[in-house]
Design a binder for this molecule. Structure first.
Ligand code: HEM
Length: 316
């Protein structure tokens, strides 16, 4: 990326920011809907520039994700090999719901006003070709904590491990340079969570609360922590990371306290395996105890194509 004007679309590895908007849209049946959407996506770079140039220090970035149901119509390109709608997961106690959504815009920067302005210009451009399914505004909470009080994002990959974990490569050349995205909007039962002692909360998460130190895994067969359930190895014992850019959201006045989960991955099966282990449990029956205090209101899967594929959509 050029150091002079740090504006680049589809930077799935954009830096952590203090504000983010998660916008999920559905494409309508209006006669020109697909054409309008395609043209807006192809020109997203220009739209981002309109806003980002107004404060280059604010790390503005927008990532666009496209859902499985509209992929063919909107892109006219081969479908990424793993792309399919979010499969609901029914555990004995908790269910990961699957909810609609054709397009995701992950809009981030250091300034809420930049994100707001971009979203306004974007929705003006899209007009009646889309309907808003969900709009969530997230904020950084102290030292990157979630509203449960824990530092969130520590185990994310860094450096060269970022593209290696999140960008599709030679395994699917048509989709190379893109990334699978799963989002889930969670609301927390803060009253219930607060009845737990700090040590009980730490055992659920798998890290200490104040100083964020990783705890040992529980012996095999016993209740595993959130951290352990989300550590995924393939059949060769190779660990696969994902990149999470979760953000707290909510409103104390209306009693809403939430975490917007967003995970980027080179392999969709890795995120789906995490969800399976959280909701069904490992061993089955011992689900992730974070779910006793966190309820998913949404669950949707997207694929963020590379910037060059996105820019080419107008010509397809
Ligand atoms: C209620 C929503 C959630 C909250 C509040 C939450 C919070 C946390 C916290 C505090 C940690 C430990 C620090 C860290 O490494 O980031 C963590 C780790 C992690 N979480 Fe979550 N999480 C949530 C949902 C999810 C979901 C739905 C997934 C996957 C589908 C997920 C995947 C992970 C992974 C991969 C790790 C790192 C595990 C490791 O140490 O290797 N989380 N989460």
């Amino acid at each position: 990326m050029s150091g002079r004007v740090p504006i680049e679309s589809q930077r799935v590895d954009a830096p952590l920011t203090s504000s983010a908007t998660f916008l999920v849209l559905s494409v309508t049946e209006s006669p020109d809907a697909v054409k309008t959407v395609r043209s807006a996506l192809a020109n997203i770079d220009g739209l981002a520039k309109n806003v980002a140039i107004r404060d280059l220090g604010a790390s503005f970035a927008c990532t666009v994700g496209i859902g499985s149901d509209v992929w063919d119509r909107v892109t006219g390109l081969p479908k990424p090999s793993e792309l399919h709608p979010f499969p609901p997961i029914e555990g004995a106690k908790h269910t990961a719901v699957s909810t609609p959504g054709d397009l995701l815009f992950h809009i981030r920067s250091e300034r809420r006003d930049l994100n707001f302005e971009f979203e306004k210009q974007l929705l003006d451009l899209l007009g009646d070709s889309v309907k808003v399914v969900d709009e969530t505004v997230g904020f950084r909470y102290f030292d990157v904590r979630d509203l449960l009080g824990f530092v969130d994002g520590t185990a994310n990959p860094v450096g060269p491990a970022v593209p290696a974990s999140i960008l599709v490569a030679e395994e699917d050349t048509a989709a190379a340079g893109g990334s699978y995205i799963v989002v889930q909007k969670y609301v927390h039962d803060m009253k219930g969570w607060k009845t737990l002692k700090a040590e009980q909360q730490e055992a659920i998460i798998g890290r200490t609360k104040l100083d964020n130190v990783e705890l040992d895994d529980a012996p095999t067969g016993q209740q595993a922590s959130h951290k352990t359930l989300n550590t995924i190895e393939d059949e060769n014992g190779v660990e696969h990371d994902i990149l999470r850019d979760n953000m707290p959201f909510g409103s104390p006045g209306s009693g809403e306290f939430g975490t917007y989960f967003i995970g980027y991955s080179r392999r969709l099966w890795v995120i789906e395996k995490m969800l399976h282990r959280m909701y069904i449990g490992e061993p089955p029956g011992l689900h992730d105890r974070i779910l006793d205090y966190s309820k998913p209101l949404t669950g949707t899967t997207f694929f963020a194509p590379s910037a060059s594929i996105l820019a080419s959509l107008d010509s397809n």
